[in-house]
Design a protein. Structure first.
Lengths: 235, 570
């Protein structure tokens, strides 16, 4: 049984269907990416997996548990943690406080402190910004805070929603480096990206979402070379 | 006379922005005319600040001219130019006000504005013949305008003590009655004789107060500057400073009623009750970001439950001791708070304010309704709520009840302070900033919100309980929407999320209007003006919390590097 499995998921906003029967699976330790254009339903899928939206049909299973009817905060408790789209850090709190909130589901104070120190080595830039309000950071730094905040939960799996959105090309490179580092440490990742070429080239497996349907799937490098993907997303 | 001054520095006069200066003069003159037309001036003229020399009314007019001078003097233009525009604009303002005095009689303005009568016209002419009155007023305007312009050029280290000293002097004059009571019959009687006459400061008294206040403020500004510099070097000095501030506020709160007698005690008792409520609402609004305009409902529950459990009244269901009834009342408020929170769980922001306002009104309407009349007494309320006693020692006077409130506030403050730094406090802040993300991080939204409503309500319930024994009765008319608004206003003015701010906000917004009762309805006018100015010039509140201060510095401080869009990334 896959680690994270989405089966025949239907989600709608009122009358408008955003996901029309999406199925995908992520094996433990894999880096899987979901690419697709604006409005394809990528964010809807992630929000449904993390419990912020309710599906009208279908199921989501994680680590042997069915989670599609669970409340969002309980899903976070199972170790499935989201890095939300547009970063959405707590701008009025400091970087340090943001990180502490990431560890909200944990109770091991000493370990939390140690993890905070560890984040400073993963993201050296944050060390200088530690006591600063997160809202005053640059876009790239805010992405680091959002990622570090999610890692503070010691997640079993990460859901990353467009982590490179609005970042400069250099920062995009850095974000992908970070994703690969995290992945190398054994964290399962479902990465949603508009930046299809880069996402597919680092992923073990990829899905292409188009207006609520999965239209293509396959090994990451195979999809990069796929004529249809090239045509649709890479121009 | 102003014309002569204007002519002297002919070079700089040429660079005066005449149109702007005229506009400012007329604008502030308009403020003066308004103050006269609504009757504030006439009322203020009955009050001496310095006996025989300066009434409050003329003081306010002088301030208006001074502001005219201050805002039309521009720093970039050089001292002489600024001085010229200050004088011109002050004179224009003075002229505008004088002209009002001249036209009151001929145009029988009194039929439109009842306050514009012969007496006012007389006072606007400073009791002189019309034309000479106008000239003197013009001169006063010019002088005040000049002072305003010079103030603009005074360094902050001097300007601030000057303003503080002026404020202290006016306060000493305005509250002469209270201060005289405090000074009377004690070791301080000689001080009283030195600076006061029967209805205000003496001229020498005003001078003494001004000079002493100025020197003290000068020292104070220097010390706080040095400390700010030290704090900048050392990151954590902030907490020590706010502790000192809190200690000072506390000392004032303990000693004031001892010196001021029962009237001050009564006012402070009310202030204390609002402090309690402010701390409760601060948990909801300041920390959890739940804008609640129905807060008065919890206050009402605390008061009614206390009355029902203790009163010597046919409506009362039990005749318990206050100390037993009070915790029950607090608990009842918590329950109501949680019940109150349930229907509005999914409501956010502005909509939440409206929804909670409705809930608060429901509480009040239920209490006055015929259905609840046999239980709660309807508009007649419940009377004969007995005063509490400690070890047989009755807490009957306002001062004694005030100390009860003070102790309650301290305990509540301690709880609120601990909550702020707790896991729950941090969860509230996360919820306030971004509800979805908070949930995705594992924060239980429902639990946190209901806890915020319940704990916030506990503080209001405690206040309500003391309120019931203070009045010895409860009536539905005490629980109007305006109570909720006042509590919200005081935490905003004090500084959202700051506990000492709650105390300061309550003293300023609840205490001062009570002390200024003799000005009747007008005090609400000042209340409004003060709120507007506050939000314009010090939106973080009088005593902001560390977080808010940080936000302000963030806004002014370094700008983050702009994010470059990834147009060409793929």
């Amino acid at each position: 049984m896959p680690y994270l499995e989405v089966d025949d998921l239907h989600v709608g906003y009122g009358q408008i269907a955003a996901l029309k029967g999406v199925s995908l699976s992520v094996e433990k330790g894999q880096l899987v990416t979901l690419v697709g254009a604006n409005g394809a339903g990528k964010t809807t899928l992630l929000r449904t997996i993390s419990g912020l939206l309710r599906p009208s049909r279908g199921s989501v299973n994680f680590d042997g548990q069915r989670i599609d009817a669970m409340e969002a905060h309980k899903i976070a408790g199972t170790g499935l943690v989201q890095v939300p789209e547009g970063r959405r850090i707590f701008g009025r709190l400091t970087v340090s406080e943001n990180l502490e909130l990431g560890a909200f589901t944990r109770n091991d104070k000493a370990e939390i402190m140690a993890d905070k120190e560890r984040m400073m080595t993963v993201f050296p830039r944050l060390k200088e910004r530690f006591r600063q309000l997160a809202g005053t950071l640059s876009g790239g730094e805010q992405q680091m805070v959002a990622t570090a905040r999610a890692l503070m939960a010691r997640p079993k799996a990460l859901l990353m929603d467009e982590p490179t959105m609005g970042l400069s090309p250099i920062m995009v490179e850095q974000v992908f480096d970070t994703i690969q580092t995290i992945h190398a440490q054994g964290v399962t990742i479902l990465l949603v990206e508009q930046n299809a070429l880069m996402a597919l080239s680092v992923a073990d497996y990829g899905y292409v979402l188009e207006s609520g349907h999965i239209v293509l799937e396959g090994q990451g490098d195979a999809l990069v070379d796929d004529e249809r993907v090239r045509h649709a997303y890479l121009g | 006379m102003s014309i002569a001054i204007l002519k002297a520095p002919s070079v700089s006069v040429a660079s005066v922005d005449v149109a702007r200066t005229l506009r400012m003069g007329l604008l502030l003159g308009g403020v003066g005319v308004y103050l006269a037309a609504v009757g504030i001036l006439a009322m203020f003229n009955e009050r001496w600040i310095i006996v025989g020399l300066l009434t409050l009314g003329y003081g306010v007019l002088g301030l208006v001219y001074l502001v005219a001078g201050m805002i039309s003097a521009r720093r970039g233009a050089g001292l002489m130019t600024a001085l010229a525009s200050g004088i011109l604009s002050g004179a224009i303002a003075g002229l505008t006000v004088s002209v009002l005095g001249l036209v009151i009689g001929p145009f029988s303005l009194q039929s439109v504005f009842t306050q514009l009568n012969g007496k006012l016209a007389d006072s606007l002419a400073l009791g002189l013949a019309p034309l000479s009155g106008l000239l003197v007023m013009l001169g006063i305007g010019a002088v005040c305008g000049a002072i305003g312009a010079i103030l603009r050029f005074t360094p902050l280290t001097v300007r601030r003590p000057l303003v503080i000293a002026a404020l202290v002097t006016v306060t000493a004059g305005l509250f002469q009655e209270l201060i005289q009571i405090m000074l009377q019959d004690g070791p301080l009687t000689p001080v009283q004789d030195l600076i006061y006459e029967w209805e205000g400061l003496t001229a020498q008294g005003a001078a003494i107060v001004f000079v002493v206040a100025f020197i003290l403020a000068l020292i104070g500004v220097q010390i706080s500057r040095r400390r700010a510099r030290a704090a900048a070097a050392k990151a954590n000095a902030d907490s020590g400073q706010s502790l000192t501030k809190m200690g000072m506020i506390f000392l004032v709160l303990v000693l004031l009623p001892l010196m001021g007698g029962n009237y001050i005690g009564q006012v402070l008792l009310l202030v204390g009750l609002y402090i309690l409520m402010g701390m409760g609402l601060n948990l909801e609004v300041g920390l959890a970001g739940l804008l609640d305009l129905g807060f008065v409902g919890f206050f009402a529950v605390g008061a009614y439950v206390t009355a029902l459990l203790t009163a010597n009244h046919p409506m009362a269901i039990l005749h318990l001791n206050f100390w037993v009834a009070m915790p029950i009342a607090v608990l009842a408020s918590v329950v109501v708070g949680v019940l109150f929170g349930i229907p509005v769980l999914g409501v956010r922001g502005d909509y939440l304010a409206v929804a909670t306002m409705g809930l608060g009104e429901i509480v009040r309407v239920l209490v006055v309704s015929d259905a609840a009349k046999p239980l709660l007494g309807g508009p007649l309320g419940i009377t004969q709520v007995p005063k509490p006693a400690i070890f047989g020692y009755g807490l009957t006077t306002p001062i004694q009840l005030y100390y009860l409130t003070l102790v309650a506030s301290l305990v509540a403050g301690l709880i609120a302070w601990r909550l702020e730094g707790s896991r729950l406090g941090r969860a509230w802040m996360a919820l306030r900033d971004d509800e979805d993300v908070a949930a995705a991080l594992g924060i239980d939204r429902i639990e946190c919100k209901l806890l915020a409503y319940g704990l916030g309500a506990a503080f209001a319930g405690l206040a309500g309980s003391i309120f019931a024994v203070m009045l010895a009765s409860v009536y539905p008319s005490s629980f109007q929407l305006v109570v909720s608004i006042n509590v919200l206003a005081l935490i905003i003015v004090g500084g959202m999320g700051s506990l000492p701010g709650v105390a300061i906000g309550s003293l300023v917004l609840i205490g001062l209007p009570e002390l200024l009762r003799e000005f009747g309805e007008y005090r609400y006018l000042f209340y409004g003006v003060a709120l507007i100015f506050m939000m314009q010039f010090r939106p973080e509140g009088l005593m902001p919390s560390k977080v808010r201060k940080r936000e302000l510095h963030a806004a002014m401080g370094e700008t983050s590097e702009p994010a470059v869009p990834t147009a060409r990334a793929a």
